[in-house]
Design a protein around this ligand. Structure first.
Ligand code: F0G
Length: 459
């Protein structure tokens, strides 16, 4: 018999979480105006809001915290991290930042200006935000079949190279700030990008003289999928694959809160010393001096250790195996989910779960709330609420898919927790016909409304 995947660690410290009653949850979510962000964490039993900054650090990471060097300039922790980043990614230059979006802010201050076009696969919300804030345009060239949840393709995070070339051709060279490739493609459901696709992007970039930036939050999970799914990579180590992936980029931004398994932190890394010099100035203004940039020495130490642990095959096997296990349990119950299951989350298709609830009543939000009421599980809506209103017409923007994302923190929950989640989702599925309506908006902010929106049951 083939032995199953197994976590390459055992548990040394535990944190208690409390089950609540359905009645308590009904009251809490009503008082939270049916907005899951408004819940206190004690009101949540299993928190799948995000896999960002919610991972469990190892004893070695905690140990590294005690030996952090808090010198303002030239701390040994900075050099430890610099060497680790060079070793893992191949990039010579690096700047620490307090998280991923800060890395975007600093790098785009150099690379993106008003009127620019920034194509790539799907840009994450904050990446898009930093592009649009500079009055530039983010163009999503993800392969079209990524939007069909039932299409089984090993690399649904890929960019459509023909479409990308078309955008590059239509844009004057001086307006092409850079190409951004997000690995894995979070917006498309944590779907990976193939090495062939990254190579193809590099070829186009060289042909047209454009820089490639890799948004690398989940680069190790992407490397794992390449190893398991792409021809020619089965025999390569994760580290070799990671090095090759980054060899096709000029620079990277990193949210260390994901694949580097720390609770806070980020960085930028790049090849070109001139780009490093220019970005350094912005780093000093926005983040901090170039050898700490928004991070304490101890946190840089923990990050260096986390980068090593996060790129180990047995860890990735267990991590991605757990996400897949949850996704398959939900799928096997007949519930529509994004396929194949992505690296960090399971995406449930709320449009098909509640086909009788119109998009204007936020079916994915209703599903997320029902899953909370059922089992105290907090997921997040990725649908009409998140898509916000058109800034010009003020009308709701209706995305193609109404999804609920259950994002799995790293090394935090057991497979038993996942079975509990699958059972709760299944219970909601069984009573789906009784849920007749979605929500109406009581109050909303002019932008980024999903974080603070107040909802009510329609009259
Ligand atoms: N890029 C990607 C692909 C991300 O998923 C995120 C964050 C960021 C950049 C920004 O990084 O949060 O450190 O500033 N994603 C989180 C999520 C918030 O829940 O998917 P950050």
């Amino acid at each position: 018999m083939n032995l199953p995947y197994c976590e390459p660690y055992r548990i040394k410290t535990v944190e208690s979480i409390r089950q609540s009653t359905r009645q308590e949850r009904e009251e809490w979510i009503r008082n939270a105006s049916y907005n899951l962000f408004n819940l206190r964490s004690e009101q949540v039993f299993i928190d799948l809001l995000t896999d960002s900054g919610t991972g469990a650090m190892s004893d070695r990471q905690w140990g590294a915290i005690m030996t952090g060097d808090e010198s303002y300039a030239g701390a040994s922790s900075y050099y430890t991290l610099k060497e680790t980043i060079r070793d893992i990614t191949g990039f010579e230059h690096f700047l620490p930042t307090h998280q991923g979006r800060a890395a975007e802010n600093v790098l785009f201050s150099v690379l993106v200006k008003e009127g620019d076009v920034i194509p790539g696969n799907a840009h994450f919300d904050t990446t898009k935000g930093h592009i649009e804030f500079r009055k530039a345009k983010a163009v999503d060239c993800t392969v079209s079949y990524a939007r069909d949840i039932e299409v089984i393709d090993p690399f649904k995070g890929n960019v459509d190279l023909e479409r990308l070339e078309q955008v590059i051709r239509e844009t004057p060279r001086e307006k092409l700030g850079c190409i951004v490739m997000t690995v894995t493609n979070n917006t498309a459901g944590g779907q990976p990008v193939s090495m062939a696709n990254l190579r193809g992007v590099r070829e186009l970039a060289d042909r047209y003289g454009v820089l490639v930036v890799m948004d690398s939050a989940r680069f190790a999970e992407n490397a794992y999928f390449i190893k398991r799914r792409e021809e020619g990579y089965a025999g390569k180590s994760i580290r070799e694959i990671v090095r090759e992936m980054f060899s096709y980029a000029d620079a990277m931004t990193m949210s260390s809160k994901k694949d580097a398994i720390v609770n806070m932190g980020g960085f930028i890394a790049m090849k070109d010393p001139e780009l490093f010099r220019k970005a350094s100035t912005f780093n000093i203004i926005f983040e901090g001096y170039i050898t700490y940039g928004g991070m304490s020495g101890r946190d840089m130490n923990a990050l260096a250790q986390g980068l090593r642990e996060g790129t180990e095959l047995d860890y990735l096997e267990a991590r991605i195996g757990q996400v897949k296990r949850l996704g398959e349990k939900i799928h096997e119950a007949g519930i529509p989910v994004q396929l194949p299951i992505g690296g960090h989350a399971v995406f449930i298709d709320a449009g098909r779960f509640f086909p009788h609830i119109p998009a204007s009543e936020f079916p994915a939000q209703r599903l997320a709330v029902e899953i909370y009421i059922e089992g105290g599980i907090r997921g997040t809506e990725i649908g009409t609420l998140l898509a916000d209103r058109d800034p010009v017409t003020g009308e709701n923007r209706y995305p193609e898919l109404e999804l609920v994302r259950l994002a799995i923190p790293r090394r935090v929950y057991t497979d038993n927790h996942m079975d509990y989640v699958a059972a709760a989702v299944q219970n909601v599925w069984e009573r789906r016909d009784q849920v007749r309506r979605g929500f109406a908006i009581k109050w909303e902010a002019p932008i980024m409304r999903h974080f603070t929106v107040e909802l009510e049951l329609p009259g």
